[in-house]
Design a protein around this ligand. Structure first.
Ligand code: GLU
Length: 615
């Protein structure tokens, strides 16, 4: 069947201003097809990993809510349908563009370490790092959750709904249930051993002792009840109220299943929850080819590492280069930026992070000297010296840092509303299935975010910015990103994937801005991830396409099944919005718009990829 091609402007016949003024109507919402990876239309856009969450976000937009309202509502829905990646037991970073002020702001909802946690918390009696899995599935890995306060703050700062209103969709979903798909079943299977260690987790996620069946309805009345408590009493219930006590008890004395081995208890005390804050942070900003790229500042390394790599890449005329040299430059810039990330980025309250220098054009120019167009650098390559004194192409020195172990799960949610407000929100409980510990009767899993700390400094003679400390936030890689052009919204995106989040976001930006793929294609394209390793990861399709040519330059890829699961939203000329999600990875994501014209536009319309920036 051939698709009708119509120009985007002709389709809408409306300007962005007119669209913003048009009253939203719930009746106008069309059902979101299951896991549609591309949606084009008006009235607002949501891209998430899950169609139920996308639907909840779209309903809020259609009823007149803004991007912040829809993002919180969709996140609450993800807490139900993606309980192993997102939820009130975890944390995240919420980056927001407010059309009325033209400002980009960020909420830091990262988990914090207990006050009782010292630098050696993840070492055994002999001073060796604990086995990673043992640390994950323990009370020790659980930090004070930041997600509840992030939701409250996002609504307070930017939203129009109360928390109770924003939680309605999630409560309904938890009560009525969602249909189990293959991804949910598989994630449960992957976690089965961990979940069987803890009585309340096994009861909830392995009903009748078995994996949930694909096609069955999964209900979580306990979580509905917990959301009701938050709706009625506010998030204080989690930080100082009845739930706080239950969280502390659960972490200090994990509810092991009968016959299961005991796990390490955690250190959380009531004071750790009571003193928790999710502060507003100045987002990172760099200019890239005339566009403004905003990201998450430390304690995330997302904004600084994506930003530094883009600044390095800006030295190369990527849009006029062939794919292989573009990808070679991307891999090298990423390795250099990761060397600096590992050496210098941690919680800024605990060590001096040279953020301005890491993001300066002068530092990038110095680092770019290391990129040889015809040969890959030896990896790991040394960190640079972001000290404000830069010369042309210096010899490399400084600390060498490899990549630590990080979890591979999280979720990213992107919302753009008709008025131009954008929420770019990455949230996580760290590993898929987090610590594995469910708060009894409450329907949510506690995070294992504290395993994002470096357990033991690789080189004790050099400063290590990411060791545990009382109240400290572990370094993150989450990279919720917003791109503006002269202050106007262009696009937003993000991804899960531990430290590969950074490379997925970076590669997708290069695909969209420099290779001029449309956002859906930029997300779907095969990925590679170079995090300063002699053996970078790459998806089989990437290796098939580019492995030979890049191999000849010295890139030795290790195949991994998939990297990331990105979502994004773009504002197209003429007032249309494009929502994009994965077609395949993690079982496919879900893109939706309030008024959908996707079928009329056609996926290959050149107007879906207007040229961005000054290439
Ligand atoms: N905990 C990771 C981070 O903050 C994210 C987890 C993941 O995406 O796998 O960087």
């Amino acid at each position: 069947m051939s698709r009708r091609r119509t120009t985007l402007l002709a389709l809408t016949g409306l300007t962005a201003t007119a669209l913003a003024a048009a009253p939203p109507s719930a009746a106008a919402v069309e059902p979101v097809p299951e896991k549609q990876p591309l949606a084009i239309g008006t009235g607002g856009a949501v891209a998430a990993v899950d169609p139920d969450a996308t639907r909840v976000g779209l309903d809020v937009l259609a009823a007149g809510g803004n991007a912040a309202d829809a993002a919180v509502a969709a996140a609450a829905a993800l807490g139900v349908t993606e309980p192993y990646s997102a939820g009130i037991g975890g944390g995240g970073f919420f980056v927001y563009y407010e059309a009325a002020t033209g400002e980009v702001s960020a909420i830091d909802g990262r988990e914090t370490a207990p006050l009782a946690m010292g630098a050696g918390a993840f070492l055994d009696e002999a001073g060796d790092a604990l086995p990673f899995a043992e640390a994950v599935q323990s009370g020790l890995s659980v930090g004070t959750p930041g997600t509840p306060l992030t939701w409250a703050r996002a609504l307070e700062e930017f939203g129009t709904l109360s928390l109770a209103e924003a939680l309605e969709g999630g409560i309904r979903l938890a009560d009525e249930g969602f249909v189990v798909d293959e991804t949910f079943r598989q994630q449960t299977a992957d976690n089965e051993e961990k979940f069987r260690l803890f009585q309340p987790t096994a009861e909830l996620f392995l009903p009748d002792g078995a994996l949930p069946e694909v096609g069955s309805v999964f209900r979580n009345p306990d979580l509905a009840g917990t959301y009701e408590v938050l709706a009625g009493k506010g998030v204080e219930a989690i930080y100082t109220g009845e739930l706080a006590e239950e969280i502390v008890e659960t972490v200090q004395d994990p509810p092991e299943a009968a016959g299961a081995a005991e796990v390490r208890p955690g250190l959380l005390e009531p004071v750790d929850l009571a003193r928790y804050d999710a502060p507003m942070r100045e987002p990172t900003r760099i200019d890239y080819r005339g566009l403004e790229i905003y990201g998450m500042a430390p304690p995330s390394s997302g904004g600084s590492t994506v930003g530094e790599a883009l600044n390095i890449l800006e030295r190369f005329p990527l849009s006029s280069m062939a794919d292989v040299p573009v990808l070679h430059s991307y891999l090298e810039a990423s390795a250099l930026a990761f060397a600096d990330r590992n050496a210098y980025v941690g919680d800024p309250a605990y060590s001096q992070v040279p953020l301005a220098q890491l993001l300066s054009d002068e530092f990038a120019a110095e680092r770019a000297c290391a990129v040889d167009p015809v040969a890959a650098l030896d990896k790991p390559t040394a960190a640079g010296s972001p000290d404000g004194e830069y010369g042309p192409c210096p010899a490399e020195d400084g600390p060498t840092a490899g990549e630590g172990a990080e979890g591979l799960s999280t979720t990213h949610l992107t919302v753009g509303d008709a008025a131009g407000n954008i929420a770019s929100y990455t949230l996580t409980i760290e590993a898929t299935g987090g610590s594995g510990i469910t708060v009894p009767g409450r329907g949510f899993i506690l995070n294992n975010e504290l395993t994002d700390f470096t357990f033991k400094a690789a080189d004790p003679t050099r400063p290590e910015p990411n060791l545990p400390a009382p109240g400290k936030r572990p370094r993150s890689s989450m990279s919720p990103t917003i791109v503006l052009d002269d202050g106007n919204p262009v696009l937003a995106l993000g991804s899960p994937g531990g430290s590969t989040i950074i490379t997925t976001v970076l590669q997708t930006l290069v695909n969209r801005i420099d290779r001029n793929l449309d956002l859906a294609e930029a997300i779907a394209a095969p990925r590679a991830s170079q995090r300063n390793s002699p053996t970078p990861d790459a998806e089989p399709a990437f290796i098939e396409l580019y492995g030979g040519d890049l191999g000849a330059l010295g890139h030795e890829f290790v195949p991994v099944a998939e990297l990331g699961a990105a979502t994004g939203v773009e504002y197209l000329p003429g007032g249309l919005l494009l929502a994009a999600a994965e077609p395949e990875r993690r079982g496919g994501g879900s893109a939706g718009v309030v008024q959908d014209v996707t079928g009329d536009v056609g996926p290959d319309d050149p107007q879906l990829a207007p040229e961005l920036g000054q290439n």
